[in-house]
Design a protein. Structure first.
Length: 333
């Protein structure tokens, strides 16, 4: 039986034009879950990771809005709460779809911590905007009182920026491995995991955001997953995206994909981090990755839809380059 890790985007649960109500998110979770059932029928053991960009932004806003009545939450705690929130919705949806399909597969959602380095250069150079927009006066007040770092974002106002360090270790890795080996469908590493640093023999949370695709690639690699799948909002990875010369990539090897990446085809705020994460997985011994919409996951695994990226013949992943050459920071939550 093969193992697959599926990374589901946070925007898959809150679609364009939606407010992000619980009912909307649950309905979207059920659509994703229905597609995942087909992979279980193909005898895959599954780990599902997910983004939390819209949800953690909302959690920060709620915390800010109620700060005059109750103590506010730090960013790492907001990340933990959204892991629980989204994990609950995905687990419920998966259990419902499994029951309807007559499949007996246990599901668990695991709040996951991801170790980063306190010495990561990103910790001293916050770049990732999070939370709501503020006026300049409000932003300056938060900088003074709370010590936030603030930037002007796209001429729409001012936002807090936080570090986006590299994930280096999944704290609950062995628990996840044991669960998967026991036949459990595991929902884990939501939002890239809660960022923590090693300290005095334990861990402590830090206010940062980990790119969920990077963390998913790390988890897929450490688990020895056979397939790393990224569910996104386009059916293929495209060259010249949204240009008259736009064309889909269907089957490419790692070296070809890296060449397209370096040619600038995949923007940092969109497809770039997904392609970069796939390349990391393939360089680290992974054999195959797919990028497509949730509706086409099964077809992509069968080789009839989506973009499939495979390891180079005779080697693991791309033959050239390193992780710093294909880094893509600055995604907006």
């Amino acid at each position: 039986m093969k193992t697959m890790l599926i990374a589901v985007g946070g925007n898959s649960l809150i679609r364009a034009g939606e407010k992000g109500t619980v009912n909307e998110q649950l309905a979207n979770a059920r659509r994703t879950a229905a597609a995942i059932i087909g992979l279980i029928r193909r005898d895959y053991r599954l780990v599902v990771t997910h983004g939390n960009g819209p949800q953690v932004g909302a959690a920060l806003l709620r915390s800010e809005s109620a700060s005059n009545q109750v103590p506010g939450h730090t960013l790492d705690v907001c990340g933990a709460s959204t892991q629980g929130e989204i994990g609950y919705l995905l687990s419920q949806a998966l259990n419902d779809e499994l029951s309807a399909a007559g499949l007996q597969v246990p599901v668990v959602s695991l709040v996951t911590q991801t170790v980063v380095s306190q010495d990561d250069p990103a910790m001293q150079h916050p770049t990732k905007p999070v939370g709501p927009f503020y006026s300049r006066a409000d932003a300056e007040e938060r900088r003074r009182v709370l010590g936030w770092q603030i930037v002007e974002d796209a001429a729409r106002g001012y936002r807090r920026v936080v570090p986006s360090p590299e994930p280096i270790e999944i704290v609950e890795l062995e628990v996840i491995r044991d669960l998967v080996n026991d036949g459990v469908l595991v929902v884990a590493c939501g939002g890239g995991g809660i960022p923590v640093v090693r300290s005095n023999g334990g861990v402590k949370g830090v206010e940062a955001v980990i790119d969920k695709d990077r963390a998913s690639a790390l988890l897929a690699t450490r688990l020895g997953a056979d397939v790393f799948a990224i569910s996104t909002d386009t059916d293929y990875v495209y060259l010249d995206y949204k240009k008259p010369t736009q064309r889909p990539l269907k089957l490419v090897n790692a070296t070809e994909m890296e060449a397209h990446y370096k040619a600038g085809h995949f923007p940092p705020g969109n497809m770039g981090p997904k392609v970069e994460s796939v390349l990391r997985f393939l360089r680290s011994g992974g054999k195959e990755a797919v990028i497509t919409t949730y509706e086409h996951l099964c077809d992509a695994v069968d080789g009839t839809a989506g973009t499939r990226i495979v390891a180079d013949p005779g080697g693991a992943g791309a033959a050239t380059g390193n992780s710093s050459e294909v880094s893509a920071r600055g995604r907006t939550l």
